[in-house]
Design a protein around this ligand. Structure first.
Ligand code: 6PG
Length: 240
């Protein structure tokens, strides 16, 4: 069952998300000696990352990954790494050796291949052959995309063993990207999806409906999904 939390505004969403991430990372570290956190880009999670930097002081044993990246360099304004560095990695002083950046500058295929290897090497807990990340922070597009998995895209047909994929024709600029596969998102202990503003309300309703490749977010594993939205993005109450 998907956990849906509705809060008054975007700041409350960020506060709740940051506290829940801290709790889940501490639990994972206590249970496994290490915790794996993956970050998304876009405009929604930035404030959560800032609050996370102030909420959590001890980052020993936490490995930071990315859910997706645009095929640009780490200093580019469009870089998800740059956003993460500015809002979390820098302010929290997380040692670079604990940060696994997607090398967008290498292009979709080579970048994806190297990242799949890194996941394989560094994530010990497995679900079959799939690495199990503890928390994956996701935003959602008005079209229902998550990470860089877009409606009807060939990436959604990648086999169960695919870890990381190159994207060549993203409808959201820039067109070239690298993304974790849906299989890795579904293998994670928790996908935390954040959404604010009316612009996201239809996508949130659709993702809670019938699973469909037209709404990639609807393919996420419902029993391991924490959706935190503000009133504006919340699905309309059920009729009757
Ligand atoms: C990216 C993101 C993408 C994002 C959604 C929502 O790199 O673009 O990872 O999946 O989460 O597009 O973006 P906003 O938060 O800006 O609405």
């Amino acid at each position: 069952m998907t956990r849906l939390t509705t809060l008054a505004d975007a700041e409350s969403v960020s506060e709740r998300a940051a506290l829940e991430i801290v709790r889940r990372l501490r639990d994972a570290r206590r249970e496994h000696g290490v915790a794996h956190l993956a970050l998304s880009g876009g405009t929604t999670p930035g404030r959560t990352y800032e609050l996370l930097a102030s909420e959590m002081s001890d980052w020993d044993g936490v490995e930071v990954w990315f859910a997706d990246e645009r095929c640009v360099g780490p200093r580019d304004e469009q870089s998800n790494y740059k956003l993460a560095h500015k809002t979390l990695l820098g302010p929290a002083g997380i040692p670079p050796e604990q940060v696994h950046r997607m090398e967008g500058e290498l292009g979709p295929e080579e970048g994806a291949e190297r990242y799949a290897r890194a996941l394989d090497e560094h994530v010990g807990v497995r679900d079959g052959a799939l690495p199990v990340l503890d928390v994956i922070v996701l935003g959602i597009g008005p079209d229902g995309h998550v990470a860089s998995l877009f409606p009807g895209a060939p990436t959604l047909d990648a086999g169960e063993q695919a870890l990381c994929l190159g994207v060549h024709d993203s409808p959201k600029p820039p067109p070239e990207r690298i993304t974790l596969s849906m299989a890795v998102l579904r293998a994670a202990r928790c996908c935390m999806l954040l959404a604010t503003s009316t612009e996201k309300s239809d996508a949130i309703s659709a993702m809670l409906g019938e699973p469909s490749k037209h709404v990639p977010a609807s393919l996420l594993r419902r029993g391991r999904l924490s959706v935190i939205v503000d009133d504006a993005a919340a699905p309309p109450p059920p009729r009757g």
